[in-house]
Design a protein around this ligand. Sequence first.
Ligand code: AMP
Length: 331
Amino acid sequence: MCYNQGMKQRVLSGVKPSGKLHIGNYLGAVQNFLKLQEEYDSYFAIVDLHSLTEKFDPKAKSQEILGLAIDFLALGLDPAKSTIFIQSHVPEHLELSWIFSCLTPVAELERMTQYKDFVARGHSPNAGLFAYPILQAADILIYKPKAVPIGEDQLQHLELTNDIARWFNNRFGQTFEKVKPLLTNTPRVMSLLDPAKKMSKSLGERHVIYLNDEPDVIEKKLARAVTDAGKDGAMSEGTANLFKLLEIFGDKESFEFYKEQHSSGIIRYVELKANLAKLIAHYFAEYRQRRKELEKKPEYVREVLEIGQQKAQMTASPTLQEVKQKIGLIL
Ligand code: AMP
């Protein structure tokens, strides 16, 4: 580790390799990664173990993992600046997770909204899904970061991470500092078809815009996006979501123009949606191109991940040793 890197504050975040990245992942988290890597000692994990808590196809899993690494690189994460690695390649996370499990009351996990929502939708959760916030706490705390760039849906889990850190410190002595969340201006991008819910591929393909959707696909998906009239003159959630996207992907003039049209009640959503589709497709054009190039170089991507693993372990391993020492596991 060079001197400079040692002086920098650290950030860490993880993304599940469970299909393709969508604009919610990008605007809520990954876009922030790109800025942060310029200033921070940055760690970005492909959290493959978390993706096993959902239904998955074992034949597709390795391609999803490699695909996410390709996405990270195609979007501009730079292996010279960031440590990019696969969670399961650093098994220290799992050891720490077990130790944290023994400090975490079951009732705290039962409070987690993401888990409760899943159960409320009639699913029967596996034990991994129930316990995943503990593994997440280990993923984070093992690197002792200052902050984590995440979307709003992860705030409750980060609170639990900080609780676990506090429980550990109280019982075994000061070890972990409080970790801050870093949110973007769009911490919660909403679904196109059900804008009361956050954009998530678990809702279905037509609810999300994937970063590598081709222009005609983006156009079709946006054409179906819900833009119902809001109550009492207020903007509806669906319309507000599209305006937010327009603000991000478009220029100030077109945003003001459609805002004005909306206020005057003469807005043509067909036109707005077609324009927004072009803007999003254009924004990710370079990424789509770089992605295609990187797909032809899996060896390079594997090499990046191997170096990432080594760098991650150099940081994670001393924390695990310190923890084991403090709890009396070192003879
Ligand atoms: P995941 O794919 O669930 O691992 O999520 C990766 C990152 O994207 C996490 O930091 C999430 O908080 C963020 N994220 C996921 N969905 C959205 C969304 N609809 N809006 C904003 N951020 C999101």
